[in-house]
Unconditional design. Structure first.
Ligand code: FAD
Ligand code: SF4
Ligand code: SF4
Ligand code: FES
Lengths: 347, 278
């Protein structure tokens, strides 16, 4: 356990940023966002960032490769440079779990090397949530915000941040800045952290979504939910805007497109959304004709198909982003509550 | 060999032969720039071809794995990439990555069986690979029947090979049909599903493999069921939109399966377990 008092936090950030690129959440006009730390940057007090931390490993757009053509000849250019180490400070328990969810997709054979390189180079400082929000339901998926995973786990109290390295990567980084944050030997660390955990656990029990359960879902439930009458009313007003998929830390669909810049051809990858009608459109037909099918796909994937392939793990971490961002107030909580209830009510 | 350690980065392929098969289907022969086969494959597997700057597309490898010199693709013109491919000349380089998908179980469930291949239109492309594999290892299979139909005589893919090679093989029985009467055609006229029923195959020790437009599959499947075929002895390939080919981009997800990785070859009883979204 190490301790840094809040009045020395800048010193700590400066020391870490001296070793590798450091990103912290800061307040912006568009809510809290991760930004590279610079002297004077102030860490946001917001519970979570508007966009999830998946951007670090799976950016919204990235250049996969370039091509040079000459006559009938083609040259393929791998434009990647060696990835640099970087650290993200303040990742919440839900978003840390989302990396597990993405890992299972991107690191399974054959591994996505673009994602893999970034994962190998990223160090995660997770931060326990002292004030979970009303839209939070990470507990539904067995995530404990009082005990987040991560390379270095942090607890913030009124006057200090306590940190504990949990992985070799985390320990190495902490050792390299030990002149700034020393081991808190015989200090108040343990009792302060335990008190924090206590507070968080009490708050979690009182959250409005605390009783939401995954019991009726799981990998073997395709037949049970696929033709549920509730899909109709749930999907009826969906605009197909894709906002829910873009803010979601576990959504992983992508498109690959070529772009001819005139002086060279780039092949890039960008996020895509199963909520879009173009997603599955083919010359021979369209397997998902209406928004109902597309809407159903997003939630069936999170609650049934993904768990079927991943030992029962769900592809939602209860971060609540889709609850606050959907323009029509539709979200996975309403879906979970209404499916399997035999009705078309979407309360 | 395409580098599977870098699954999205393709290899270079060179088009060394182009054959005009039908008014809208051309068959392309592809090798590496030093003249070799780009990678090994199994019957029914696919490859992602691309024209840099235009895009990628998934295509069945129509040549047999027993051909160790090159790969062939029969490609129907229907959009940006396929139009560009159709406008190519011999010597043009493209990119290629693969192989993708699960092959037909030619050495397991198919071994020792009488084979019934049923194809419509460009659906012959994936079957040609299996048919030529079975012809190559002829003694491993029983009687071979091939029912193949198209809109017209001019739309029959691989016509020369069918007539000059398949039809003359011992115990390979080719049954061609076209949708409507046409001058110079004295073969069968009618749709594939009806023709299959007319021919009336027995189900004994037989495997049926179907490939073609969804509507043909639907009616042929119904016809074969009437003839007494079980879903466990019938196979097909699915076609969904694809981008990555490696089960990650989410595009070809149906139920808990990714068609690019878990398919495109499926047995009909396996399809029954998937939601009806293909
Ligand atoms: C497993 C598999 C095997 C295939 N094998 C063959 C084959 O052997 N021969 C052959 O001619 N075609 C085959 N196809 C279809 C082929 O991939 C598409 O026709 C091709 O990618 C269309 O590309 P395009 O750029 O010319 O069309 P686009 O300009 O992109 O689009 C034209 C139309 O085709 C649709 N489309 C785009 N991508 C695909 C896609 N991947 N699959 C289906 N429709 C698409 C578009 O939505 C649009 O309606 C196969 C597809 C799959 C999934
Ligand atoms: S559920 Fe909401 S955010 Fe998602 S696509 Fe529909 S309208 Fe947009
Ligand atoms: S579905 Fe909603 S609550 Fe669940 S992880 Fe995605 S954005 Fe968060
Ligand atoms: S093509 Fe990307 S998941 Fe199948």
């Amino acid at each position: 356990m190490r301790k840094i008092t809040l009045d020395r936090l800048d010193e700590f950030f400066a020391a870490v940023a001296g070793k590798l690129k450091l990103y912290i959440p800061v307040d912006t006009a568009g809510g809290a966002q991760f930004q590279q730390w610079r002297a004077g940057a102030k860490m946001s007090d917001a519970l979570n960032t508007t966009r999830s931390a998946k951007d670090f490993f799976f950016p919204q757009t990235e250049n996969l490769m370039e091509f040079k053509t000459e006559g009938k000849k083609i040259e393929i250019i791998d434009v990647r440079r060696e990835n640099e180490d970087f650290a993200i400070f303040g990742v919440r328990a839900c978003d840390v779990r989302s990396f597990d969810v993405l890992d299972r997709a991107f690191l399974s054979e054959p591994a996505d090397t673009y994602y893999q390189n970034r994962r190998e180079h990223g160090v995660i400082f997770s931060l326990a949530c002292s004030k979970p929000a009303e839209t939070c339901f990470c507990g539904t998926f067995g995530i404990d915000p009082a005990n987040p995973k991560g390379d270095i786990v942090c607890y913030k109290t009124d006057d200090a941040i306590y940190m504990e390295a949990k992985t070799e990567k985390g320990a190495n980084l902490m050792d390299s800045v030990s002149d700034i944050v020393a081991e808190d030997e015989g200090g108040d660390g343990e009792s302060a952290v335990n008190a924090q955990k206590e507070i968080i656990s009490e708050r979690m029990k009182k959250l409005p979504l605390a009783s939401l359960s995954t019991d009726k879902f799981g990998g073997d439930k395709t037949a049970k939910f696929f033709d549920d009458p509730a899909w109709k009313s749930l999907s009826e007003s969906c605009l197909g805007c894709g906002t829910c998929t873009f803010v979601c830390p576990t959504c992983q669909c992508y498109d690959i497109k070529d772009f001819n810049a005139g002086n060279g051809i780039k092949r890039f990858r960008c996020w895509d959304s199963c909520m879009y009608s173009e997603f599955t459109k083919m010359s021979a037909g369209q397997p998902r004709l209406t928004q109902l099918e597309r809407f159903r796909q997003r939630f069936m994937h999170k609650l049934v198909y993904y768990p079927a392939n991943n030992d029962g793990m769900f592809s939602c971490v209860g971060c609540g982003r889709c609850l606050s961002k959907c323009p029509i107030q539709m979200n996975i909580v309403k879906v979970m509550k209404n499916l399997g209830e035999g009705g078309e009510n979407n309360g | 060999m395409a580098d599977m350690k870098e699954p999205l980065i393709p290899a270079i392929g060179e088009v060394v032969d182009i054959r005009m098969d039908t008014p809208d289907i051309k068959t392309f022969r592809v090798v590496t720039p030093d003249g070799k086969k780009a990678f090994d494959h199994r019957p029914g597997q696919c490859a992602m071809l691309s024209v840099p700057g235009v895009g990628e597309g998934m295509f069945s490898i129509t040549s047999s794995p027993t051909n160790t010199e090159y790969m062939e693709f029969s490609i129907k013109k229907c959009g940006c990439v396929t139009e560009w491919l159709h406008s190519m000349e011999v010597g043009q380089q493209i990119t290629i990555r693969g192989p993708y998908g699960n092959p037909f179980p030619v050495d397991d469930e198919f071994a020792g069986k009488n084979m019934l291949f049923i194809a419509g239109g460009v659906g012959l492309a994936p079957l040609r690979s299996v048919i030529n594999y079975c012809r190559h290892y002829r003694d491993r299979y029983g009687r071979i029947d091939i029912v193949y139909g198209s809109r017209s005589k001019d739309d029959l893919l691989d016509y020369q090979e069918i007539i000059n090679e398949w039809a003359v093989d011992e115990d390979v029985h080719v049954h061609l049909t076209i949708d409507r009467e046409q001058e110079g055609w004295d073969g069968h006229v009618g749709f594939v599903p009806n023709y299959v029923k007319e021919l009336g195959f027995d189900t004994e020790n037989r495997i049926a493999v179907l490939c073609g437009p969804p509507i043909m599959i639907k009616f042929t499947l119904a016809g074969l069921c009437e003839l007494g075929f079980e879903k466990t002895q019938m196979y097909t390939t699915l076609e969904l939109r694809m981008k990555c080919g490696i089960g990650k981009c989410g595009r070809c997800n149906v139920g808990s399966k990714y068609v690019c990785k878990d398919g495109p070859v499926f047995r009909f009883d396996q399809l029954d377990e998937l939601p009806d979204e293909y």
